[in-house]
Design a protein around this ligand. Structure first.
Ligand code: PMP
Length: 369
């Protein structure tokens, strides 16, 4: 079969993933060049004005992009989303006030990992899960029966491994809704006021790994968080502007450049529109392949950032992956727990990358179908 020879390589990794070209082009200059005082940004003390200015600009830009209400704190914390799997229960459970139980919706791989971790710190109650009787979907958002003494209700907004997303947010009444938005953060506007707490690790749509954004509503900082180690205690970090310990300056600086790039590219509505077009193109190619390719998630719950699909003849999977790589289409292997194929279409993936992928898929089908 004839493979593309344009020389362009398109990286479909689930994360760490492709960063915007414009950000990579500027990053070295901004981060590593020494200023008049003889220090580059990453060499400066985090207590000094230069690093504080970086933090402030990242916070301001993110606040503008998401239109974050004034009663929320934005923290850029060291570590990944999995640190938050423990930090969330440690901060939000409050047994002395009767808030002992943590409600979790089971939507797939990452929500199960989050609840397994939470079970070390709280009584976990699974309030919703997909019933398994039909094609893959997120749990239906209505009729969740939250337990007595419920400290919070946790969802995984976009399941990176399973390739599914919530089409609408559940209504949890007075119980704070907490969302792991790692793989959908900044892919579209997000109504922060619907949530008590939102977190996302950086290595998808924010920047390089090593940093996690936590957006937490002020009233939740009043919970005692007695078991939380200081760097994972939201109240202590909020009191010190996220600088209780050394913040991941390089990751935050790159995140600020990404936030700027998003704003200059039209903001989150423009991201959402571009992401919708990319996902539509790919799902259309899958659905229109007469069953040669199949997507396991029902249409209304399909992720626009992590498109999961299979070859009907699974014996062709390895050949597909190696031919794709030769054509410059890399990291299309599905997660080891579910197999198959996955194309991650974060903000920095242009439509041209997805077009190259669907053209390759059509050609592969023509040769092997
Ligand atoms: N939650 C989701 C939805 C994820 O996709 C990931 C990473 N792929 C994690 C949590 C874990 O993030 P980290 O590796 O940053 O701890």
């Amino acid at each position: 079969m004839t493979l593309s020879s344009s020389g362009t390589v398109w990286n479909f990794a689930a994360g760490p993933s492709r960063l915007p070209d414009a950000v990579l082009a500027r990053a070295g200059d901004v981060l590593f060049r020494r200023g008049a005082d003889g220090a580059a940004v990453i060499e400066r003390p985090f207590t000094g004005n230069a690093v504080r200015a970086v933090l402030e600009s990242a916070r301001e830009r993110l606040t503008q992009l998401l239109d974050i209400p004034a009663n929320y704190h934005v923290l850029f914390l060291a570590g990944g989303a999995m640190h938050q799997f423990s930090a969330v229960p440690m901060n939000l459970i409050d047994p002395a006030s009767g808030l002992r139980t943590a409600a979790y919706a089971d939507s797939g791989y990452w929500s199960r990992r989050a609840m397994r971790e939470a079970a070390r710190f709280a009584e976990v109650s699974v309030v919703a899960r997909h019933d398994g009787s039909q094609a893959l979907a997120a749990p239906a958002e209505d009729n969740w029966r939250l337990p007595q003494g419920c400290a919070y209700c946790h969802i995984t907004a976009n399941e990176t491994v399973d390739g599914l997303a919530y089409p609408a947010w559940p209504n949890t009444g007075d119980v704070p809704l907490v969302a792991d938005t790692t793989s959908s953060f900044l892919s579209a506007p997000l109504d922060i006021a619907r949530f008590g707490l939102v977190y996302a690790s950086a290595q998808k749509n924010i920047g390089p790994s090593g940093m996690t954004v936590v957006i937490v509503r002020e009233d939740l900082l009043r919970r005692p968080a007695q078991s939380a180690p200081s760097p994972l205690c939201y109240r202590l970090q909020a009191e010190q502007d996220g600088c209780l310990n050394t913040p991941p300056v390089m990751a935050i600086h790159l995140a600020a450049l990404v936030f700027q790039w998003i704003a200059e590219s039209g903001g989150l509505s423009a991201m959402a529109e571009a992401n919708r077009r990319k996902a539509e193109l790919l799902y259309r190619a899958i659905d229109g392949s007469d069953g040669f390719y199949t997507a396991p998630v029902i249409a209304a719950h399909r992720s626009i950032t992590n498109v999961r699909f299979h070859l009907a003849d699974v014996s062709l999977t390895e050949r597909f992956l190696s031919d794709a790589e030769k054509a410059g289409l890399i990291h299309l292997r599905g997660h080891r727990h579910v197999g198959g194929l996955r194309a991650s279409l974060y903000n920095a993936m242009p439509l041209a990358g997805v077009t190259a992928l669907v053209n390759f898929m059509a050609e592969f089908k023509r040769c092997k179908g």
